[in-house]
Design a protein around this ligand. Structure first.
Ligand code: SAH
Length: 332
C-alpha cells in the first residue's frame, strides 16, 4: 500500500490499522471496497489517500514441470519476473529484489540489463500476494534468488521478511525463507546480528580467487577468505547451516582439482553445497558441465565430508531456471 500524500490518522481507532493489515496480508484483497468491516467513510478516505499497488500480470508462462514464471508490471514503467515452483514440501516462490542488478556476474542473465532501482518491501511481498491470488494457492517457502542482489537492498529485504513473518498477516516462518547473496561481506555480518532464522545461501562457485574473480567481479572487492570469515561468523552467531551455491561450468570449475580445493575451503564448517548445472545464457562463455562430471564432483565432496546435492533444475524450458531471469521492459 502506498500513501498518495502524508497520512494523518483522522482520529481513527488503532484496531482499524490491524483490520486493514489483515485485509491486505491475510485475506489478500485488492480494493478498499473489499474491506467490508471498515465503515464506508473510512474506505473512502483510504481510497483518497492510498494506492493498494496491486501488480498487473503482463505475462505468465508455464513449464512442462509445473513451474510458472510471471512478468509483473510494477506500475512505474518497469517490469520484474518472479517464479513459482512446486516441491514435495510445498510451493516455493523465487522473488526479485531489484529491477536489474549491479553485481555483474558473468554467467547470469540479470547482468547486462541496466539497473533501474531497488524494490520496496511492499513490492517484494506483492510478488507473493499476486501469485497467491492468481493461482488461488498458499505459498509456503520463499527464496530471494530472482533478479537483484538482496543484500544490496538490505533495509527493504529486512522489512519484507518482517512482513512475511508477521503472525497476523502472511505468517511465513523465517526458516522457510532463504536469502542468496553474491557475497556482500559487510551485510553478511549485519544479517548475522539481526537474530532472524532465515537460511543464508552464498553464491560461491569456486574456491579459487582467480577463477571466482573471472566469474564474479564482487570477488575483487571481497575475496573468498573474507567471505568465508563472514560465513563463519554467521554460523557462530545463528547456529544455522549455510548453503553454498556452486554452478558447474565445463572446464572452468568442474574438475576434481576444483572439488579438492572446495573441500579444503569448507572442511569443518556447518554447511551444505548445492551444485547447479550452469545454465548457458545468451553470448555467455560458460557452458554446462557434463552429467558425468557433475556426479563425480558431487561424489567427491560427499566422500570427503562435505554434504553436497545436485539441484533439480525447474523451469528451464521457459527461461525460469537459475540465472535465466532478466528485467524485461514493459512495452507501451
Ligand atoms: N544476487 C543473488 C541472488 C540471485 S541469483 C546471488 O548472487 O546469490 C540466484 C542464484 O542463481 C545464485 O546462486 C546465482 O549465482 C545463480 N545463477 C546465476 N546465473 C546462473 C546460471 N546461468 N546458471 C546457474 N546458476 C546461476
Amino acid at each position: 500500500m502506498k500513501s498518495k500524500q502524508k497520512w494523518n490518522n483522522y482520529g481513527e481507532k488503532k484496531f482499524r490499522a490491524e483490520q486493514i493489515f489483515q485485509w491486505i496480508y491475510k485475506k489478500n484483497v485488492t480494493t478498499f471496497d473489499d474491506m467490508t468491516n471498515l465503515p464506508e467513510p473510512l474506505r473512502e478516505k483510504l481510497k483518497e489517500n492510498f494506492d493498494l499497488h496491486v501488480f498487473k500480470i503482463i505475462r505468465k508462462q508455464e513449464s512442462k514441470d509445473g513451474t510458472k514464471k510471471y512478468l509483473f508490471d510494477v506500475l512505474d514503467n518497469n517490469a520484474i519476473e518472479s517464479v513459482l515452483m512446486e516441491y514435495k514440501y510445498g510451493k516455493t516462490i523465487c522473488v526479485s529484489t531489484q529491477i536489474g542488478c549491479k553485481m555483474g556476474c558473468k554467467f547470469c542473465a540479470s547482468t547486462g540489463v541496466k539497473f533501474a532501482r531497488s524494490l520496496e518491501a511492499g513490492e517484494i511481498v506483492e510478488q507473493l500476494l499476486a501469485i497467491e491470488r492468481d493461482e488461488n494457492v498458499k505459498i509456503s517457502n520463499l527464496v530471494f534468488m530472482g533478479i537483484g542482489e538482496p543484500l544490496d537492498n538490505y533495509e527493504n529485504v529486512m522489512k519484507a521478511i518482517k512482513l512475511l513473518n508477521h503472525p497476523k498477516g502472511i505468517n511465513m516462518g523465517a526458516r522457510h525463507i532463504s536469502i542468496s547473496t553474491s557475497g556482500l561481506v559487510p551485510n553478511i555480518y549485519r544479517l548475522a546480528d539481526e537474530n532472524i532464522q532465515c537460511t543464508l545461501s552464498i553464491s560461491l562457485h569456486s574456491a579459487s580467487n582467480e577463477v571466482r574473480s573471472k566469474m564474479m567481479p564482487i570477488n575483487n572487492l571481497y575475496n573468498i577468505q573474507e567471505l568465508i570469515e563472514a560465513c563463519k561468523y554467521y554460523i557462530n552467531k545463528t547456529n544455522r547451516r549455510i548453503s553454498f551455491e556452486y554452478a558447474l561450468a565445463k572446464d572452468n570449475n568442474d574438475n576434481i582439482k576444483d572439488a579438492e580445493a572446495l573441500v579444503k575451503l569448507l572442511k569443518g564448517m556447518l554447511c551444505h553445497v548445492n551444485l547447479i548445472p550452469i545454465n548457458k545464457i545468451e553470448d555467455g562463455k560458460f557452458t554446462k558441465s557434463t552429467n558425468e562430471n557433475i556426479i563425480k564432483f558431487r561424489d567427491y565432496l560427499n566422500s570427503h565430508g562435505i554434504v553436497a546435492t545436485i539441484r533439480r533444475e525447474l523451469g528451464s524450458d521457459i527461461d525460469a531456471a537459475c540465472g535465466q531471469l532478466r528485467k524485461k521492459e514493459v512495452s507501451k
